[in-house]
Design a protein around this ligand. Structure first.
Ligand SMILES: O=c1[nH]c(NC[C@H](O)[C@H](O)[C@H](O)CO)c([N+](=O)[O-])c(=O)[nH]1
Length: 169
């Protein structure tokens, strides 16, 4: 079986995030996991790409279903002001329960975030974990005790800087 790099590799380009203005909208569901993802994204952007901490705005909403509307509203409001965001990261954690609720929310949120990005012209990074159980969510936030754990917030931070810099061009 051919081996391959599972997941994304960082771009070879060196992106300068020092002038980027970033919005992070995160949920308050499964908060400890969300908090780890937000930290992964913010620490990556500031330490690896010189994004200024004061240029990262963080807002919260109740659950993942609210993310697209919140992103749309905040982008619109910022455009009315003098400064607006170069990129947005929507962060949430959906964990499947015993009903179909998970599937409906996951589909709506994924389509909604894509639509906000295309309609607004501001790249919106899809930072919503859609997990079948608690262990999957913990592992993907770099929590739990498995060796394979990796904080996906790191990847979302890198993606946000790349998309933000490219959106400035
Ligand atoms: O962010 C989440 N919202 C969840 N539900 C709330 C939903 O996102 C909305 O906030 C709610 O339906 C009100 O609109 C979740 N579950 O139901 O399991 C979940 O796991 N994660």
């Amino acid at each position: 079986m051919t081996s391959f790099t599972k997941g994304v590799i960082p771009s070879t380009e060196k992106f300068d995030g020092s002038s980027l203005r970033v919005l992070i909208v995160h949920t308050r569901w499964n908060y400890e996991i969300v908090e780890a993802l937000v930290r992964g994204a913010t620490e990556t952007m500031t330490s690896e790409y010189n994004v200024k901490a004061e240029n990262i705005s963080i807002q919260s909403v109740s659950g993942s279903y609210e993310l697209p509307f919140a992103a749309q509203s905040l982008i619109k409001a910022s455009k009315m002001g003098t400064q607006w965001f170069n990129v947005v990261i929507c962060i949430g954690v959906l964990i499947k329960g015993s009903t179909m609720h998970f599937e409906y929310i996951a589909e709506a949120v994924s389509q909604g975030i894509m639509r906000v990005s295309l309609d607004s012209g501001v790249p919106v990074v899809f930072g919503v974990l859609t997990c079948l159980n608690d262990e999957q969510a913990l592992e993907r936030a770099g929590l739990g005790d498995r060796e394979s754990k990796h904080n996906h917030g790191i990847d979302w931070g890198r993606c946000a800087v790349e998309m933000g810099v490219k959106n400035c061009k």
